[in-house]
Design a protein around this ligand. Structure first.
Ligand code: HEC
Length: 185
């Protein structure tokens, strides 16, 4: 066999090996071992045995804070939170309420009901030993905005904290939306 032929066979074989045998680049490669190609995504409210709080929602490591984050002053004190002023008090414009509705619908309505009527009978409440209470109750009507904000921020009992999931400003808008639900609007 002459030299040129040997070399061209070698180049041809190298080409197939190096190209992964896939000449048509518009078709994705065949994935033989798929173990780490697609990692399972955990949904926010899913049970996760591997997480310290058994929830898909991660709590940020202690002592850390995201950039641009202002620490919550009343973290350990529900009574002091009573006086925490709502910077968006009385702002019931269409725009701010839309934000409140959005976050309430995503994060709260599954338990407390779309109208804040409580989770006695809804699909989540049925599975909980302690039913999510109504937010339209006389008790919560009597709370200050700061107290409602406190529970959203810190959680209460079996209800988890939402500080890491709803930005500060939007938490106040959720409070405003809860107020409109209380007025039956
Ligand atoms: C997984 C279900 C669940 C979700 C989601 C949830 N809560 Fe709760 N919430 C509860 C339960 C259960 C309680 C009662 C906890 C307790 O008192 O130990 C509670 C308590 C409260 C209370 C105090 C009520 C009272 O009578 O003491 C407020 C206010 C509240 N939630 C508001 C919210 C808001 C606003 C959201 C959304 C940001 C939210 N919750 C999301 C289950 C939930």
């Amino acid at each position: 066999m002459n030299h040129v032929l040997k070399n061209s066979i070698f180049i041809l074989i190298s080409f197939f090996v190096l190209s992964g045998c896939n000449i048509d680049k518009s078709v994705p490669n065949i994935e033989l071992i798929q173990d780490m190609m697609e990692s399972p995504a955990i949904k926010p409210q899913e049970y996760d045995a591997g997480s310290p709080n058994h929830s898909g929602m991660r709590v940020p490591p202690e002592g850390t804070q995201p950039q641009g984050f202002t620490p919550y002053r009343y973290a350990a004190d529900f009574d002091a939170a009573k006086g925490n002023k709502n910077p968006m008090a009385g702002q019931y414009t269409e725009e701010t309420l839309k934000v409140g509705v959005k976050y309430y619908t995503i994060h709260c309505s599954v338990c407390h009901g779309a109208g804040g009527e409580g989770g006695e009978n809804n699909s989540i409440g049925a599975k909980m030993a302690l039913k999510p209470p109504a937010l339209t109750s006389a008790k919560i009507k009597g709370w200050t905005d700061g107290q409602i904000y406190h529970v959203i921020t810190m959680g209460q009992g079996v209800m988890g904290p939402y500080a890491a999931h709803i930005p500060e400003k939007y938490r106040w808008q959720v409070v405003n939306y809860v107020r409109t639900l209380q007025q039956g609007q």
